[in-house]
Design a protein around this ligand. Sequence first.
Ligand SMILES: [Zn+2]
Ligand SMILES: [Zn+2]
Length: 275
Amino acid sequence: MASEVTENGCGVAAEPTQPQEPGRGSARWGPQHAGARELAGLYSPGKRCQEWISVILCFSLMAFNFIHLLANFHLGHSWSILLGIVAGILTADFASGLVHWGADTWGSVDLPIFGKAFIRPFREHHIDPTAITRHDFIETNGDNCMLTIVPLATMAFNFLTLSPAEVYHIYPWYCYLFALAIFVTLTNQIHKWSHTYFGLPFWVVFLQDCHIILPRKHHRIHHVSPHETYFCITTGWLNYPLEKLGFWRTLEDLIQSVTGEKPRADDMKWAQKLK
Ligand SMILES: [Zn+2]
Ligand SMILES: [Zn+2]
């Protein structure tokens, strides 16, 4: 049983009777799950184009800003750079949790445009957790790249227009922003690695084992149905404290009491779609 969990990287996957053959139409999870097949089919060429543009823009801006950060480096900033990087990583981890929690818990694939483009991958991921390991670089990272384009473009514009004295003053803040942008951009790649059990480069496994990025065993806690905890997927550093605080539960109770919406109703609907 334990080895099944390991291979699939998914708590709900610990069912030894999983049907795999095409055509059976009653798979409880995985690529043959009826809901997973329908969700995968909604990945459109337009969406693919948006992802390509996002990846190209994001990585170009990142390289540009990195060169300018190096060119403006001063030893006197060492401690504030370190602080900025740690704070940037923590912010990225929290943001990953907030976005993941929001998409898992609320909204529906039926929402116009937004539902198919941005909620669909979250629904697919719960019923076919290994699909992400078959997605290429563009599909894995496109949406996260899109999120960081505006802040990275603003930073690049400021490097071109501010005086050296102004850049010196703002430098630690830019280290924070750059670390945040890097980790937000890499979040889904890190998430993909946490589901990959074969062929990972040794340095990725090393970073996972040191818990510098999301470890595989740690992320499996989220994949136990009904997927109501451990939403942070960048480093996962905030998962334990947020769970102890009952952070997500409190937020859900609050939203349910105001809107009357039931948390994860749409997620449950897709999970139960067996035909
Ligand atoms: Zn999830
Ligand atoms: Zn996952």
